[in-house]
Structures are given as C-alpha cells and as structure tokens.
Design a protein around this ligand. Sequence first.
Ligand code: WTA
Length: 651
Amino acid sequence: MSVENVAKHPIPPGFEDALLLPDGYAKMYAESVSDPEGFWRREGRRLDWIQPYSKVKDTDFTLGKVSIKWFEDGVLNVSVNCVDRHLATRADQTAIIFEPDDPKTPARHITYAELSEKVNRFANVLLSQGVMRGDRVVIYLPMIPEAAYAMLACARIGAIHSIVFAGFSPDALANRINDSGAKLVITADTAPRGGRRTALKSNTDAALLHCSDRVRCLVVKHTGDQTTWIDGRDVDVLALMEQVSPHCPPRPMGAEDPLFILYTSGSTGKPKGVVHTSGGYLVYAAMTHQYVFDYKDGDVFWCTADVGWVTGHSYIVYGPLANGATTIMFEGVPTWPDAGRFWEVCAKHKVTQFYTAPTAIRSLMGQGPEWVEKHDLSSLRVLGSVGEPINPEAWNWYDKHVGQGRCPIVDTWWQTETGGHMITSIPGAIETKAGSATLPFFGVRPAILDASTGVVQQGDPAEGVLCISDSWPGQMRTLWGDHQRFEEAYFQQYPGYYFTGDGCRRDEDGYYWITGRVDDVINVSGHRMGTAEVESALVAHQKVAEAAVVGYPHPLKGQGIYAYVTLMNGVEPTDALRKELETWVRTEIGPIAKPDLIQWAPGLPKTRSGKIMRRILRKIAEDDFGALGDTSTLADPGVVDELIENRMNRA
Ligand code: WTA
C-alpha cells in the first residue's frame, strides 16, 4: 500500500508563545493516554463544580454492556460554568456578538451581565410553562442570540434541549419532537437568511399537527412578521421574559445527567438521537476550544456553523462561553449581499479565530481572491476547517488568501458523536500538511483497522477504517431511548472499539488522513445525510416504486446526492416529474436533502436475494464504471448496462 508522503508546513512565526511549545504536544499526549485517570482528573478542574468528583473514568466498550461515565459523582450546572462564573471578572465583556443577516442592521454586543439576565429570565419562562428537570425541549430557531439563551436556560433548570436545524422541514421537525417526547418547542416568527425569509412559525404549526396537542410553542418575535397564533398553545417568549424574575437559581445536576440530544443521520433507518451529558461534554468542549484554537483572553472567536449542528453547540456556545470568550453568532450566509461577507465581518469585529467548512471555502474560492483582498484581515491568527476532508487546493487558497501565510490552519476531524475535536492540528504545536487532520487530540486513541478482518494496522503507513480504542469525556453516552441501537451502530462491527464510520490512512509521519465515510452516510456541503433517509422520502411519493441513493463527487459540495428512481408501472418519466420529486424531498426533509441528480432506473442491480448492490450504483454515479468489479452475483446483469448508458454524471 502506498501513502504518499507530503511535506509539512512549518509553524508560522508568532506562535512561540502558543499554549504548547513544539515538544509540548508529544509529552502531553503521551501523558494523556498513559494515565487517563490522572490527566482528566486535572483537566476536569477547569470547570466549577458544586460538588467535586471523586471518580474520573468508568467506561466499558464491551458489546452487551457498553457504558460510558465520566466524573460520575460530580455535581455542576452547565449554565453557571458558561455564564455566572464569569460575572466577577468579565461582566462587561462581550459574550456574544450578534451579526444580523442584513449588513445594514447594526451588530449587537451582548455582555456576560446581559447574557446572565437573559438566560435567567428565559429559564423562568420555561419553568412558568411547566418544564421540569429531565423534560425535553425542542429548539427550532435561526442563528439569533435567543438560541443561545434557550440552550443555556434549559441547562440552568436541567431540561434537555434538542435543536432542530432551521433548514429542516415540518416533517423532520415533527419526527424529532415525537421521538424525543418534547413538552415544548421554541421557534421564531420568521428567519431572514441571505435576504430571504423562512417561515419557521408556520413550519412549526405544520409540524405540530403531527404531535400531541399538549406540546406548547414558544415564539420569539424576531422579525415581527405576521404569523398565525393559537391561544393557549403559543406563547410570546420575549414579552413573557419581561414579566418574569431575572433570577433563576441554577439546578445542581449530576455530571452524567443529559445536557442535550442532537439528531444525526446514520446509515440505516431514522435519524439517531445522540445523547451528550453535562460534565464530560463541557470539559471536552472547553478544553478543545482552548487548545485547538489557541484561544486567549481578548480573542474574538467566530465559528460560522449553525447552532443546529454539533459544531455550533460545541464551538459557538458551550466551548467558547465556558472559556469566557467572545463568540460571534452570524445570521447570514457567506455569499450575500456579496462574496465578501465573511471577510467583511472578520474585519469589522477584528476576528482572531475563524472556523468554517471546506464547502464554504470552495465556493468563495470560485469567486476570486479580490473579495478577500478588499478587507483587512490582519486580526486573524488561527483558521479552522471542519465537516469534511479539505482538498489541498482549498487548503492552500485558505492559507494564502485568508491566512496570508501567517495563520496556522487547524483541520479538525470529529463527529456529532464525539462532542469535540478528535484528530486535529494544534497551533504552535503540530506542523500541518494540506489535507491532513494531523494528530490525535489529548486522550484520544485512534486505531486503524482492516475493514474486513478487523485487524489493527500497526506501524506507519497504514490504511483502513478509523476506530477509537478508549473513551474520552466528550463521547456520546447513548442514543435517546435506544441503547441497543447505540451498541449495534458503534460497537458491534469491531468489538472493543468505537467505530467512527470513516475510512482513514496514516502516513509515514503518523499523520491521519480522513478519506470519507465507509457507510451509507454521505456528506453534502459538510452536512451529514443518510442515504436511507432520502430513499424513504422518495418512496413515500405515490409515483415512486423504488429508490436508491448514493453520493458522488461534487466540486463545491464535496458530495452530491445521486438518486436512482424506479417509477410505478405506467408512470411517464418526465422532467416535470423530476422537478416534482426534488420539491418533494425538500418538503419531506429539507433543502439540504434535495437530490442533485435523478436518474430514471427501470431496474436496480440486485443480488439474487434481492439486495441492492450499492457498490455498483456508486461507481456509475462516480462515472467510474470501468471498475465495476464482480457483477456475477447480479440477478439481471442487463440492468447495469442500461444504467451506464443513461448515467447522469459524465465527469
Ligand atoms: C466528516 C461534524 C474529514 C466525517 C463535526 C465525520 C470530516 C462526519 C472532518 C461527521 C474533517 C468532519 N476531515 N472529514 N476535518 N470533520 N468530517 O456528525 O466523515 O456532522 O464522520 O460532525 O463528517 O459529521 P457530523
């Protein structure tokens, strides 16, 4: 097996005083994996505990009894750690900068004192609606400060939040409200984005038709747009916040009490409710935020993700606020009103760390460097990438035009399930290579296993599937209401290991290169999508008999969605129907799930036992049908020729 050896980029000057000196990483990493108890016992102290923990790590990856507990007997409150404890020293410091969609609307600076008041009031609103410890609250909000208030308010009273990305459809929202058994959903009237408005309240109304009529709806009147109103069910949060007390005592919570559920796509079936708990998650989010971004007092940190994704949870809200940082919440999009918006915001707020996804970099790269050059980016110190492998071309453009060659790039590999960064460079400590996530974070023990035999690949280079051999505090604890599915999805395939679902190679220097998902999850513009979800949306259409969905390489999105659709007998395949199916999927799941290409497939390649051979469909979608491999087990090999003949992607 050959793994090309790519030269390292040296650490740029100016990082001599970074948090870790060059040999600090290796030493600290060795310590973290040789004595995890001692290491995390110390690291756990970065939080304020109401009752300190005596136990540190109690974890077991054995199939049938998988159990993950950290700081188990410690008692804390997450909102106190993100807000109250900063008041003595930084009440007047900005906690959140809200940058609205429309650049003509002034930004808002919310201090820690103000954040504290809002969170307390919001918590009292939740209590007034009967929300109790352990209750689930679904948050369906745009990128506005109220989203952070709502999250922290839940944490304050011990309720479990579950954020649903505002781009999801009413159906997707209803499924998540029902699966989590939420008592309450928090939404806004409408959400401006890129100059357009999404009708969140009316989406919520539509979703609630499929939910218990006991579910209440708190509405943030954000734009003031007209919405329907159901008395007794709908509540004006902002008005009520004015009426309740600005003091809400924080509820002491066990370290292992759930903090949030976040639904994410798996390779099969309905979305999985990933559960994160309070103590370990916050220790890990805060620690990774500090080291990986070389975060220092006075920095202005900007993560461009949406709070609806895990990246927004850990690196817009929990990590930065636990560290007393100034964090930006951006309501808009990178390309509106023009392709310079990101850089204009960086210059305006003197951003020091900028964290975004490769798909955004690729699309801005296509607009030319002049959009970047117009703005003063001298405040930037560290650049980050997340969500999908970054191609060296985009990496080099980011480095040259945005970082001007002086900002280390941290390519952070991690997942909803991992809570925080797992494999990543650290500024001033780890030299980078364009396209590599580099080395494991402290306490993380990656292992590369042979995909079919499960044998651990020792030594460098190596290639296979990426597993993690021991627990870390930010690890998910279970799937909401389905611990068995949790074990099956992550611990069954390679016994004794957490299986990430990603392929990986390790080069001669021990650097990790993530090669993408090896399961039926695709990564579209940095968003995770289960092909099974798109398939079940398609077959729910009355004209569709069968559907198979795969990913294919897409120049901007990383992967595009390619759907093979078999129509019901007698249905005419037309362009109009293609459009209709696209719209159908948008409304069933959301715009991010819309197929890029739909190929009419009179038949799908199946084994004699009726199993769809996705490997073949992937190859055809990649326009790489020369290497179809063994097709002898197909029930009807003729369908393959037909599919090749009419393939939609001719690269
Ligand atoms: C992919 C997002 C390569 C990977 C934080 C993973 C990446 C999935 C990177 C998780 C990266 C994320 N390099 N691939 N730096 N970061 N991925 O749960 O396939 O939305 O399994 O979490 O994104 O996506 P999720």
